[in-house]
Ligand binder design. Structure first.
Ligand SMILES: [Zn+2]
Length: 89
């Protein structure tokens, strides 16, 4: 199982990240994302916003996903934001 963080090329409403969870330990996330039923992801794709897989934690589970979500500061864990390519949180 894998936990991942997606970084959007633009904010969608107030969201710039999505933290998700995949049953697939290899986390073939491009396919996972393409097939996802997650409404936010689908809306972001439909809005023409690019999604980047910012980071993957390959052996993480639901507890870790929840922990990240509870931090409410995804940009802290996002290498794309941290590298300064996008200054906004
Ligand atoms: Zn980011």
């Amino acid at each position: 199982m894998a936990v991942y963080i997606l970084h959007f090329s633009e904010k969608y409403h107030h969201a710039l990240h999505y933290i998700g969870f995949s049953e697939d330990p290899a986390a073939r996330l491009d396919r996972h994302i393409a097939r996802t039923e997650q409404p936010l992801i689908r809306a972001v794709v439909r809005a023409g916003i690019e999604i980047e897989i910012a980071r993957v934690w390959p052996d993480a589970g639901r507890k870790f996903e929840r922990k990240l979500k509870n931090q409410k500061n995804a940009s802290r864990f996002c290498p794309i934001c941290r590298s300064g390519n996008q200054a906004e949180a």
